[in-house]
Design a binder for this molecule. Structure first.
Ligand SMILES: Cc1cc2nc3c(=O)[nH]c(=O)nc-3n(C[C@H](O)[C@H](O)[C@H](O)COP(=O)(O)O)c2cc1C
Length: 267
């Protein structure tokens, strides 16, 4: 660990601020806002264009995982057909739809075979996804160890198993937001050149959500200040959710006159 990295800032509190350009109006050019002008000056260094067909695979991986950020992380608990429990984090993860309630996780293949998570889900059709909060991120991270098949990551992590109500894999008790999922669909991704299997995209049907009451706001939704979720950045970096801001979603019926006038001014 580099000596010049400051310790984790435990006193830091999530807060809401105004958006970067609160005066922004329809049609305003990015260059016409102070932060936008400074942002566009970076373009003077030119562009690097990467042809994915010829780029080195490791470099492509590093570029993609550093550019497609921040990513939510699914902390996935599964059980093999023979009963071996498994736990691992996956940041190629997102919500797919709310009706039906679906999530996606994507597992690249291990060196010789499917990762245990993908193999277990294909075989047993069940898993839990647990959201990682700052207080137990080291414990969650350690479960990404390339443990041999048959070795459970649970005792290594020190995390606590909590029995699920619908699926066999337990959920992580320390997680304040967990989903019990049934396999909805898998998509096997193959390299179009070689035809070799590279990745398994898993869609999970969320059957039950367990959410700790203390992280909910008065509207019954999750308060990010209380959840303290971590995100995945490039290489081995994680991000915190430090500040947020709200921007109203324009409604055409209410805004059309203002929008039309702004566009006319531009033309
Ligand atoms: C934060 C984090 C996110 C990760 N995201 C993914 C991912 O999206 N897909 C993937 O295949 N591996 C990902 N990994 C690596 C897996 O966690 C790792 O390969 C793990 O050993 C897989 O476990 P399993 O073989 O027990 O399923 C990630 C690792 C970390 C630390």
């Amino acid at each position: 660990m580099a000596a010049d990295i400051p310790p984790f800032n435990s006193s830091f509190e999530y807060r809401s601020t105004l958006s970067p350009n609160p005066q922004w109006t329809y049609g305003t050019k990015v260059a016409d806002t102070p932060v936008g002008k400074a942002w566009l000056e970076g373009e003077k260094d030119g562009w690097k264009v990467v042809d994915t067909a010829t780029e080195d695979k490791l470099k492509l991986y590093q570029l993609m995982i550093s550019g497609i950020v921040p990513r939510p992380i699914a902390f996935v608990s599964t059980v093999s057909e023979s009963g071996v429990e498994n736990l691992a984090p996956f940041s190629w993860f997102n919500m797919v739809s709310h009706y039906p309630p679906l999530v996606s996780i994507s597992c690249s293949d291990g060196p010789q075979r499917l990762k245990d998570t993908a193999g277990n889900i294909k075989a047993t059709k069940a898993f839990t996804v647990n959201i990682i909060s700052e207080p137990f991120v080291e414990a969650a991270n350690v479960t990404s160890v390339d443990a041999p098949e048959g070795v459970s990551e649970w005792p290594i992590s020190g995390l606590t198993k909590e029995k699920s109500i619908h699926v066999k894999p337990p959920r992580v008790k320390e997680s304040a937001f967990s989903m019990e999922c049934e396999l909805f669909q898998t998509i096997d991704v193959a390299d179009p050149e070689s035809g070799a299997h590279t990745t398994t995209l898993i869609l999970g049907h969320v059957k039950y959500i367990h959410v700790r009451k203390d992280i909910l706001n008065e509207r019954g939704n999750v308060d990010p200040a209380k959840l303290k979720p971590v995100g995945r950045m490039g290489d081995i970096s994680y991000s915190r959710v430090g500040e947020g801001f709200r921007i109203a979603r324009p409604v055409w019926a209410n805004e059309q006159e203002t929008i039309k006038k702004a566009i006319e001014r531009e033309e």
